[in-house]
Every structure is written in structure tokens, then in C-alpha cells.
Design a protein around this ligand. Structure first.
Ligand SMILES: [Zn+2]
Length: 403
């Protein structure tokens, strides 16, 4: 049974609110007694917290389930319209956004090219995207609990952040969450693209039933999102999964990070563009790769073989280190290319993942496509930062609506 354990101390009430909300989101309609069982919180704590979350408009009573004799217990569900969140993904040349309700239903989406991804270029564009999402969904700004913003990592690493074509220029030494929060006039959670994509895939995609998985995310570079024991794993500084800069070819292709032979110099969108460019084939964006695939471009097939060759040992390494149920590949590479890449990696090297009672393949293609990180990001404000402030925002919003 999957559980999110709470703790019975007043000081950790914020944390417990998140745990209860997450449990209801995943298992609702669910009775208070079952919430207590799954979270290991006392019946009294669950009763207090569900009452608070109901007052804040985040939970509602969802009827009674008939079971056995006597009065069946009242069950709780997430109140879908109790609040809304925004997810935004900032890439070097594009911006993707989504607005979802508390149940995770997507109410509006935007995607637009981006001229400059520096703070000066990106902040107004992000602000416009949020306005566009609110207008599309017909949602009042005051009902937005917060925004999750996805940016390529790593964050705050000397010589690795904001360097090279796969990162965002101008964000070094910048407190991204603060300036984004000011620009958007919303509380902002910042997350790297691969982790947000993994969360998106877990909420909306192929990883829905997986508790332990790794997500290889093809952005412009290559990232790794880890979901361990049902939770995204971020590392001490939020930089876990920076797999693009793991050296796979000693003395290989020089990398802007200062090392040589990094994985994303071989297996990433940028590597594909470069490989094809060196052979006289110009690739402007991921969609162009799809067209090249459709017409059977030989250089593209060669690149896929090279990427598969460099990824195979990394798959085996990840399996032996993390023992995941599955490794998911997704992101900006078109689906047919991801499928071929997975084919080309077979037969996979032996690892702890090679056992007879597997229920899912060792490698899966992600299913939610280009919007995955934005969708994952949209979940972050609720499930990482439900604080009394946010409850107040929701309450004010509810009052504003009924007024
Ligand atoms: Zn590197």
C-alpha cells in the first residue's frame, strides 16, 4: 500500500496539510479513518486538518460509500475548483504553459516561441502567458494558488549553470523564484525540467502507477528526473539528476561545462542539431527532426544509433544504482524518434532490472508529450507549498466568487 506518512506534531502542521491533501487527491473519495490509516496521523489531527482544508475550499465532502451495516462514513474529495495553479516551462527558445484546477484537470494551455530567454526577455513573456491562461480559462487571478516554473538546471553551480547552448543565459546569480514571483505577482516554485517532467508523467502519463522510476528528459540538453518511493528526489541543492554532464566518453567531445565527453554532447536535441548540421542538414526545431524522420534522413538514423550507444551503459548504471520499476524516455524528441532510440538500445545490458516477474518494460516512452514539464510544474505549488497563506488565498478567492 502506498502511504504518505504524516507526523503528529503541531510544528509540522503545514507538512501534514500537504500530506492529507495529497492523500485525498490520490485516493479520494476517502473517509477520514482511511486518511488516518494511510498517513499514520491521529484521527483527531485528520479531523482538524480536513476541517481546515474544507474551510479553505480545497476539500469537500463527497458523499457516503455503502459498506456493511450502520451509517457509512462521509468521504472527502479534492474540491476541483477550490483553487487553480499555473505551470510554465522556460526553454532557451520557447515557453509552454498550462493552467490546471486542484484535481489536475487542464483548463488552458499556451505555447509560444521565445526571442530571448534572459530575465529581461522572459519575464514579460511569462507574465503575458499567465494573463492568456487566465483569460482562456475564465479564472480570476486571486484564485491562483501559485505557479510552478520549470527551467533547465543545474541551479547555482559554478561553471555549469547558464553556460552553453543547453542552458538559459542571464540567470546566474539571480534569485529566480523571487524575481519570477514579482513579475507574475504569484508565489512561485522553481524546479528543473526533468524533475517537473517526471512529476507530470506520474500525475498524467505512463508513470501513473509507478512508485520508483527514472525519467530521461530530452530538453535542449538531457536531464534526469527521479521519483523514488513516490516522491521527486531533488538532492541537497535541487540539482540531483544532472545526467547530461556525466562523462561517458573519456577525452570525447569538448563540453561547455569544461569537461569532455559529457552524455548530452551525444544524446540530446542539441547534439542531434549539431550532428546533422556537421553533415549539412539544418535542424531549426524538434518538429524539423520529425520531418527528417518522415523522409528517412540517413544522418538522423546515424545520430540515433550513436545516441543509443552512449545511453545503453547509462541505463544499466541507473538500474543498478536506483533499482527503478522502469526508466521513461520523453521530452522534446518526437515520439517516433524516441521509439527508435528505445529499439536501438536493445538488447539492453544485464542489470538488476533483468528479472522474470517484470510487469512493465525496462524502457518506456513518456506519454504526455511536450506539455509534460508544464503539467508537472502546475502540480508543484499545491503539493510542495500548501501553507496557511495559500489557504487564505483560496478562502479569499472563494469569498470573491460568492460575492
Ligand atoms: Zn558537460
Amino acid at each position: 500500500m502506498m502511504s504518505h506518512f504524516g507526523t503528529n506534531s503541531e510544528r509540522t502542521r503545514d507538512y501534514n496539510r500537504r500530506v492529507v491533501l495529497e492523500t485525498v487527491r490520490l485516493y479520494g473519495p476517502i473517509s477520514r479513518a482511511d486518511i488516518a490509516r494511510r498517513t499514520a496521523l491521529t484521527a483527531q489531527s485528520v479531523s482538524n486538518i480536513t476541517a481546515e482544508l474544507r474551510t479553505a475550499g480545497l476539500l469537500k465532502e463527497g458523499g457516503r460509500r455503502r459498506a456493511g451495516r450502520g451509517q457509512p462514513p462521509v468521504e472527502m474529495t479534492v474540491n476541483p475548483d477550490g483553487g487553480f495553479t499555473v505551470g510554465l516551462e522556460l526553454q532557451p527558445h520557447s515557453l509552454v504553459g498550462a493552467l490546471v484546477n486542484l484535481a489536475g484537470t487542464v483548463l488552458a494551455q499556451v505555447a509560444s516561441p521565445l526571442r530571448a530567454s534572459t530575465p529581461a526577455g522572459a519575464l514579460p513573456a511569462l507574465r503575458m502567458s499567465v494573463d492568456d491562461l487566465l483569460a482562456q480559462a475564465g479564472v480570476d487571478r486571486r484564485r491562483i494558488i501559485g505557479a510552478g516554473v520549470v527551467m533547465p538546471g543545474p541551479f547555482g553551480v559554478e561553471g555549469l549553470s547558464s553556460i552553453g547552448p543547453t542552458s538559459l543565459p542571464g540567470w546566474t546569480g539571480v534569485d529566480a523564484a523571487t524575481i519570477l514571483g514579482q513579475a507574475l505577482d504569484l508565489p512561485v516554485v522553481v524546479e528543473n525540467d526533468a524533475t517537473a517532467a517526471a512529476v507530470g508523467e506520474r500525475l498524467h502519463g505512463v508513470a501513473r502507477d509507478l512508485r520508483h522510476f527514472a525519467f530521461l528528459y530530452f530538453g535542449t540538453g538531457l536531464g534526469l528526473g527521479l521519483v523514488l518511493d513516490g516522491q521527486p528526489y531533488k538532492g541537497a541543492l535541487g540539482n540531483a539528476g544532472e545526467i547530461g554532464h556525466v562523462v561517458v566518453v573519456p577525452d570525447g567531445r569538448p563540453c561547455p561545462c569544461g569537461n569532455a565527453g559529457c552524455l548530452e554532447r551525444y544524446a540530446s536535441l542539441h547534439a542531434a542539431q549539431e550532428y546533422l548540421g556537421d553533415r549539412g542538414v539544418l535542424v531549426s526545431d524538434p518538429a524539423a527532426l520529425g520531418h527528417l524522420w518522415d523522409r528517412g534522413e540517413p544522418a538522423l538514423l546515424d545520430w540515433l544509433s550513436e545516441a543509443a550507444l552512449r545511453l545503453r551503459p547509462v541505463i544499466q548504471m541507473l538500474e543498478n544504482i536506483f533499482d527503478p520499476e522502469c526508466i521513461v524516455l520523453g521530452g522534446a524528441l518526437p515520439d517516433p524518434l524516441l521509439d527508435r532510440l528505445i529499439d536501438l538500445m536493445h538488447p539492453l545490458p544485464r542489470s538488476v532490472s533483468r528479472h522474470p516477474d517484470r510487469s512493465v518494460p525496462r524502457l518506456l516512452r513518456g506519454s504526455t508529450g511536450r506539455a509534460t514539464p508544464a503539467l508537472g510544474a502546475a502540480a508543484l505549488p499545491v503539493f510542495q507549498t500548501v501553507t496557511p497563506d495559500f489557504a487564505m488565498v483560496a478562502r479569499e478567492g472563494a469569498a470573491a466568487e460568492s460575492a
